[in-house]
Design a protein around this ligand. Structure first.
Ligand SMILES: Cc1ncc(COP(=O)(O)O)c(C=O)c1O
Length: 426
């Protein structure tokens, strides 16, 4: 497969953009080699500037649940943008989309649209602090909630030790207020919350983690978390930016039957455009300006083109759509895992409905430490390039989730399954 033009364009990109990219993982640092430069997408297929076609399992990091350029969403975008692109005042698109989401996600009484997932989680944290008048936040190791200062933290050593930043440039004063705990560990959770209850404003969690590979939270873990947060007036924030509308209309919280106080959304709800949103209990949301004293604003927030496209996308998602999508993933993962077991290959597909990831180990993975142990950059690098040569595009880093869309056919999945079997039998 020829990547000549991608290489040329990427070298030009490096002269004008930092590292040639606008988001670090796109630089292919995780898999080596020169990043591909993409031209267009249709259905499950993504086409690069050299004219190569790939079945796309990255899908704009999970945003494209209908695949690339789905007709209804594109028509909605075109129709809306012909009437103007941004007005800086309320439009009906926002109201319609807010109604749809509020109806689908039971915990959301009121919503605020923003422009990215990072903005949503950052604002949800400020809101929690304003509501509770407390400062500390709790997150979990390996969960990613965007790149705001408070959240770019992994755990330090020891139970509930103060977090260490994952980035230069984050003031220590920020991290003093962030605790990062092991995912799925009920005991540590109880001890920490009980110890710092008077200082903790919120706990933020991916209820199914997708940024350390896919790890569903254990139900008793989430139940304990809900009980404790309720008891101590701590805002429970579910970050459903990746999981929201991915496996059903009620989001992951409806699968678990747990009602968070605030939910963060993004990715899918923008129909492929930049988006974020946070919404939840009325008494908490009412603390936001203009009703309350917690300030948060945005020139482009609630953009009509984005929300019309998002709504056109959401309207195509229904129980039948999800049943087919989730079944396809279930069958695919099950068959491959059976194959790995039968051939004594220490590899597994971790999955939750239509979110999947590779584990280069046959051990159960329940938290970030397990996920690190089951990761293997070297094998993933080889696998990534092997699949790419076969016309399959995976996220360019191990520990990222991969996805299928409504446009992925059984044949697409069979092609991926066969390529994986060949690779691991070699
Ligand atoms: C769970 C989760 N939260 C937050 C974010 C940040 O969203 P954005 O990249 O739109 O800022 C991401 C992005 O991948 C995510 O997966």
């Amino acid at each position: 497969m020829d990547h000549k033009r991608s290489i040329e364009h990427f070298s030009a990109a490096q002269k004008v953009m930092v590292g040639g990219v606008n988001s670090p993982v796109r630089s292919f640092k995780g898999v080596g080699g020169s990043p591909l430069v993409m031209e267009y997408g249709k259905g499950s297929q993504l086409f690069d500037v050299d004219g190569n076609a790939y079945t796309d399992y990255c899908l704009s990091w999970g945003a494209l649940i209908l695949g690339h350029s789905p007709r209804n969403a594109i028509l909605a975008a075109k129709k809306t943008l012909e009437r103007g692109t941004s007005f800086g005042v309320t439009t009906r698109a926002e109201i319609d989309c807010a109604k749809f989401i509020g109806h689908a996600v039971a915990s959301i009484d009121l919503i605020r649209f923003v422009n990215s997932g990072t903005e949503a989680t950052m604002s949800a944290i400020r809101l929690s602090r304003g509501f509770t008048k407390k400062q500390m936040i709790v997150k979990f190791d390996g969960c990613y909630h965007g790149h705001s200062d408070d959240l770019l933290a992994t755990a330090g050593s020891g139970v509930a030790s103060l977090a260490q930043s994952s980035s230069a440039g984050v003031p220590e004063s920020h991290l003093k207020n962030t605790l990062s705990l092991p995912y799925n560990d009920v005991e540590v959770l109880i001890k920490t919350i009980e110890r710092y209850a008077n200082d903790i404003a919120c706990v933020i969690i991916e209820p199914v983690a997708g940024n350390m590979g896919v790890i569903p939270a254990r139900i008793e873990f989430l139940k304990t978390l809900r009980d404790l947060t309720k008891k101590y007036n701590i805002v429970l924030i579910f970050d459903e930016i990746m999981t929201g509308f991915r496996s059903n209309l009620g989001c992951v919280q409806s699968d678990y039957g747990i009602v968070p106080d605030v939910t963060c959304l993004g990715k899918i709800i923008g129909g492929g455009f930049p988006i974020g949103a946070y919404g939840g209990r009325k008494d908490i949301m009412n603390c936001l300006a203009p009703l309350g004293g917690v300030y948060q604003a945005g020139t482009f927030s609630g953009n009509p083109v984005v929300l019309r496209t998002g709504l056109a996308t959401l309207k195509l998602l229904n129980p039948d759509f999800y049943r087919v999508l989730n079944d396809k993933c279930e069958t695919f993962s099950q068959q491959l895992n059976d194959f790995f077991v039968k051939n004594a290959i220490a590899v597994r597909i971790s999955h939750y409905k239509a979110m999947m990831s590779f584990r280069f180990s046959d051990q159960i993975v329940e938290n970030y430490a397990d996920a690190r142990k089951a990761a293997n950059d070297e094998i993933y690098r080889k696998l990534f390039w092997y699949l790419l040569e076969k016309g399959i595009y995976m996220p360019p880093a191990d520990l990222e989730a991969f996805f299928i869309s409504g446009a992925h056919t059984k044949n697409d999945l069979a092609q991926l399954g066969n390529a994986l079997k060949e690779f691991f039998l070699k």
